[in-house]
Design a protein around this ligand. Sequence first.
Ligand code: TYD
Length: 211
Amino acid sequence: MKGLFITFEGPEGSGKSTQIKLLRQFLAERGHDVVTTREPGGTAAGDRIRSVLLDKDCGSLEPETELFLMLAQRSEHLKKVILPALKAGKTVLCDRYFDSSMAYQGYARGLGIERVRSVHEAFLPGFLPDLTVLLRIAPEVGLERARHGGAKQLDRMESEAIDFHRKVLAGYDLVAAEESDRFVIVEADGQPEKMADRIAAEISRRFEELS
Ligand code: TYD
């Protein structure tokens, strides 16, 4: 059985981790060998880079610095974790990936979506996912969820102004419109189980197309 590379994207608090857990269960019950991972992170070095990216003590970083750190951790992650797993026939579910760089650094930070795409094409052959689930949520609602009712301190990215988070959502919408075949778009304000059913149905259809 050939595996698929599936990424989950969305603004802060869009409920990606719940959906990844539910999809993992669904696929495992149907005999798929599933690996779940996340960005920034996914490797020991990637996790260290993650702490720089998310640590509020690092203050504001230059947009290019942010992009290059994202690319650095992605290079490790892609070559050492994602591609080997796919080669072994596994399905990879990744919490954030390339489209986060497009929406956050390319659009919201203003580096340019096309420039972010071209740097990936130049340095990371085979980087594109087979399928991307975009969980859309209004930034105000998502940030409130990310705060867990005040129980969780917001990280460096989450602490950005609301305008930044609005741009992130607009960036995702642009990218998804450009590559509509790769994207499954889900409004993330509904019941998690209903959303999971829709995602599972779409992904089963893609697996059928492959076999
Ligand atoms: P994380 O805690 O994983 O966010 P969430 O729980 O919402 O998924 O933090 C990752 C943060 O890094 C998030 O704010 C998005 C940002 N990010 C980028 O800006 N560019 C990228 O390429 C990636 C992978 C993440």
